[in-house]
Write a protein that binds this ligand. Sequence first.
Ligand code: MN
Length: 372
Amino acid sequence: MSPRRDQLPYAGKSDVGLVRSGNEDAYLISPPLFAVADGLGGHSAGEIASQVAVETLERTAPGRVDAKALARAVRQANAAVIAAAETGRERTGMGTTLTAAMLDGTRIVVAHVGDSRAYLLHLGGLQRITEDHSLVADMVRHGQLTEEESRYHPNRSVITRALGSDPNLVVDTFEVDAAPGDLLLLCSDGLTSMLTDAEIGQLLVAAPTPASAVDALVARANDAGGQDNVTAVVVRIDAEPGRGTRAASRGAAPREREDGGRWLGRVLWTLALIAAIGGAAWAAWAYARGQAYLIDQDGYVAVYRGVPGDLAGISLSWHAEDTTVPVDALDLVTVARLRAGLRVRDLAAAEELVGDYRARLATGTPDATAAP
Ligand code: MN
């Protein structure tokens, strides 16, 4: 008989949220391997991308707990997503984040790309293990935005590194020494854009089991608005016999593996960095191309590809279509959203919404409920 869900030292949960029509997140529980992926791309491409990523990761994951080997598996997942994008229709520009962890007693290795996150609740305090590959995270690092502002920024979902575009993808790796009883959390941005780190920490501390922790996290994200798909995986760190005492005395300072002491290492690292910057710009561009938004332009609804506003002076938007739909004739909520730029999944969704506005005008009912 299999153990009940709340008796296991790990649990995962994924929910569509309250706004999106499909769930493009995926997660993997295959001890000692755990992962979360958040897909992007129009139609069902994002869903395919995150699925392909976690399935390939599970198939190619190393037999031993090693950060470099785990990063290699993430690069294989990247190759698989690129291959899937090339063979499928309407999948151009599809991609996915991937945050993967493997555990060996209290030792945790993490390989990471994108804006999903790994956290460790270490001795009751929440520590972020990964760094987001997103434009708002770059802006926070450069002091242009506070952490709190980044959670509400209209372009918070633009990521600078993802699986599915760059064959030479750079994968971040981390190694953490945890303590028995610590909790490892992997999650998609649908959780972290809805809840602060402080709220996440409180929920983890209060939860008696990993199963109740993921339930509480997902429920709270939906209570806060459920703007995005939300996914959480929680793993309780248990010391293996004979290892616990030594591990418990160690700290949980996350550290990046990269130490390149030899000059050759430094040269290669510099070249990789140059490639990464180029790749990041390209990934952001490719991602933005797949997106769309509607905006009030001189009193009429206009359709654009990309994302509204600009980031650090860079515009990622392209004019697609002017319409004859007057903004004033729509309801107040829609008018306000159109002023700021109303983001939709893709160009097809934009067309659908314009058609919906036209239908509303024809019947003379300004109805806010049809807005995504
Ligand atoms: Mn997301």
